[in-house]
Write a protein of this length. Structure first.
Length: 201
């Protein structure tokens, strides 16, 4: 019996990769980590590494001619397919795939994000900025942390690509943690210039 393609027009609620199970007929939004055409006796097929905030899965598309040329590493895609197991790992056999529209997804659903309260961390940084007593240092730090346009990007930024705090909001989380360490250091060395230490963080 011919397979019925998984809908990608919104008629089926999207699944998270971490919740997929063998036998599922799923629709997912994911980031393409890698894409490679491989060769088999019965023709070429496309192998993709797909990821969201909950995990990764291998996607296989047998009809490479049906793959839009715009789908490359870094593309966010909407995929419909069936979940199978191969070599001990879950695979999604892709029946339909297209680039996702920006309004269809949130980056927080596609990559890991800080578990801490973003609003509280932002308020901590802004309070630190305005409480610096040295006028020049206060103006310098406030120029960043009181700038709404800058902070809109800052609160989303990871601290690194592959190492510490490598997730959305990781840079701000790292900075807040460093400020906490700085306060401990200042309590041990009260003669240190607190404004300079806090601004340096």
């Amino acid at each position: 019996m011919a397979q019925t393609p998984a809908p990608t027009n919104g008629t089926k609620a999207p699944s998270k990769i971490g919740s997929l199970a063998i036998g599922d007929h799923a629709v997912i939004f994911a980031v393409v980590r890698s894409a490679e055409v491989k060769h088999a006796r019965n023709g070429d097929f496309l192998v993709l590494s797909l990821a969201d905030s909950t995990g990764q899965v291998i996607g296989k598309k047998w009809d490479t001619n049906a793959v839009p040329p715009t789908i490359t590493a870094g593309t966010v895609v909407k995929v419909g397919g069936e979940i199978e197991e191969y070599a001990g790992a879950l695979n999604i056999i892709i029946l339909q795939m297209r680039p996702a529209k920006p309004e269809e997804y949130s980056m927080a659903d596609l990559v890991p994000a800080t578990a801490r309260d973003v609003v509280q961390m932002r308020e901590k940084l802004q309070a630190t900025a305005v409480n610096i007593t040295d006028p020049a240092l206060c103006a310098l730090v406030s120029a960043f942390f009181l700038d709404d346009e800058f902070m809109a990007h800052y609160v989303q930024a990871p601290c690194s690509e592959n190492f510490n705090h490598a997730y959305l909001g990781g840079l701000m989380e790292h900075t807040v943690e460093m400020l906490s360490i700085a306060e401990t250091v200042l309590s041990i060395y009260p003669a240190a210039n607190g404004d300079l230490v806090r601004a340096g963080v």
